[in-house]
Design a protein around this ligand. Structure first.
Ligand SMILES: Nc1nc2c(ncn2[C@@H]2O[C@H](COP(=O)(O)OP(=O)(O)OP(=O)(O)O)[C@@H](O)[C@H]2O)c(=O)[nH]1
Length: 385
């Protein structure tokens, strides 16, 4: 197999390893979730990362079903048994590969007993996994918060079969590919060597329809500049999202004038009823910021939309992901939401301005997004009349 030829020799890891405190004094270990549909190229990407000279000592968690674990482990040359197993091996390029196989936080807790031996964690999910609950678990886990932080969710999509996978209907629930894309902080459109230009174009349009602000990169065999996928701090600094908002502005047929209160819905109608909508936000006053917080909390926690008079409208929505970047009181703020967990924080330490604030929602049942967008505009009192 072509892939096996590139796998480096494994040697035993040294007993002692240097400390993990980074330049910024943060001793927590970043965790990146690698997701993507069956066969999209997650393990290939993992191999690529493990064999690159990035200077990181990486621990790998394979969140795999037992019956495929053996195949996976052989692909990355880490032997395993079924159940919770652990191997700490040093790859020839100095990268530490510590593989733990388990489905939950228990794997991380066990892994953290080896704290100091690695400074990055990659978690590869199964091809049919919904990364939402996994991301939420690591993002807001109080017990793990002093040890790790969620750096980002990287979604690998097969450029030949990806569109078909996203469009596959599931009666009564949302297909896995859509859930994975909805959660993504970065998308790698992989296997571009096999796709036609028209396949690439239609897949790109679908990706933009579902996750209009996600940065996306074309790859072959998962080869990507690692700075695009690791060390993002996507849930803390939102450092790459401003670029994404600028460079991948959602496709829109209407010819509007970018009025800051202009809503930007993207009708779907297919894709298991999953769609997205984006609202341009002007700079918010302190009061509007607090009203935004109330609105998001009611939407995500109680599934209700707040009307301008604070009365509630029951929403038949399922919000999978929301994110935003906007100014308030002269400072940049970030909204991050995965399912019903969310945070609105001032951006720390980044010297940046927000000329065009935006907020994006991805979910089921949004339709063209106008009900949600209008309620939000009215609640914040930013609707243009
Ligand atoms: N031609 C081509 N083949 C690729 C590329 N990336 C991965 N492959 C091949 O696609 C197959 C599946 O890749 P994997 O990395 O195992 O995919 P995966 O997402 O880990 O698969 P599951 O674990 O089953 O979900 C392998 O045979 C890879 O060698 C690519 O860019 N181009």
């Amino acid at each position: 197999m072509e892939q096996d030829e590139e796998i480096p020799e494994l040697v035993e890891a040294p007993l002692e390893a240097p400390g993990t405190t980074g330049d910024d004094g943060d001793s927590r270990v970043p965790l990146t979730i690698l997701t993507g549909y069956l066969g999209a190229g997650k393990t290939t990407l993992l191999n690529y990362i493990l064999t690159e000279n990035h200077g990181r000592r990486i621990a790998v968690i394979m969140n795999e079903f037992a019956d495929t674990a053996d195949i996976e482990s052989r692909t990355i040359n880490v032997s395993s048994d079924t159940g919770l197993t652990e191997e700490v091996l040093e790859l020839a390029n100095g990268c530490l590969c510590c593989s733990v196989k388990d489905s939950g936080a228990a794997a991380i807790e066990k892994l953290m007993r080896k704290k100091g031996k690695f400074d990055y964690i990659l978690l590869e999910t199964t091809g049919v996994a919904d990364p939402g609950p996994i991301a939420a678990m690591f993002w807001q886990n109080e017990e793990l918060a002093s040890d790790i932080y969620l750096d980002g969710v990287v979604c690998v999509i097969d450029s030949v079969f990806g569109a078909r996978q996203l469009e596959e209907r599931r009666e009564g629930w949302i297909n896995e590919g859509l859930r994975q894309l909805a959660c993504a902080d970065v998308v790698l459109v992989n296997k571009t060597d096999l796709a036609t230009p028209s396949q690439l174009a239609s897949l790109d349009a679908l990706i933009a329809e579902i996750n209009p602000t996600v940065p996306r990169f074309s790859t072959q065999m998962g080869m990507v500049n690692l700075d695009q996928i690791l060390g993002l701090r996507a849930y803390e600094r939102f450092s790459m999202i401003p670029t994404a908002f600028v460079s991948t502005d959602a496709p829109c047929d209407d010819d509007h004038d970018h009025d800051p209160s202009h809503s930007h819905p993207h009708p779907s109608g297919h894709l298991d009823d999953v769609s997205s909508c984006v609202l341009a936000l002007p700079s918010l006053t302190v009061d509007q910021l607090s009203r935004l917080d109330e609105f998001i909390r009611s939407l995500l926690w109680d599934n209700v939309l707040l009307r301008a008079d604070a009365s509630e409208l029951t929403a038949d929505f399922e919000i999978l992901r929301c994110k935003g970047l906007f100014a308030s009181d002269g400072k940049p703020f970030v909204l991050q939401g995965v399912r019903n967990i969310y945070d609105i924080n001032a951006v720390q330490g980044d010297d940046m301005t927000v000329p065009n604030g935006k907020i994006a929602f991805i979910g089921r049942g949004l339709g063209d997004g106008h009900v949600l967008i209008e309620c939000l505009q009215r609640y914040l009192n930013i609707i243009s009349s």
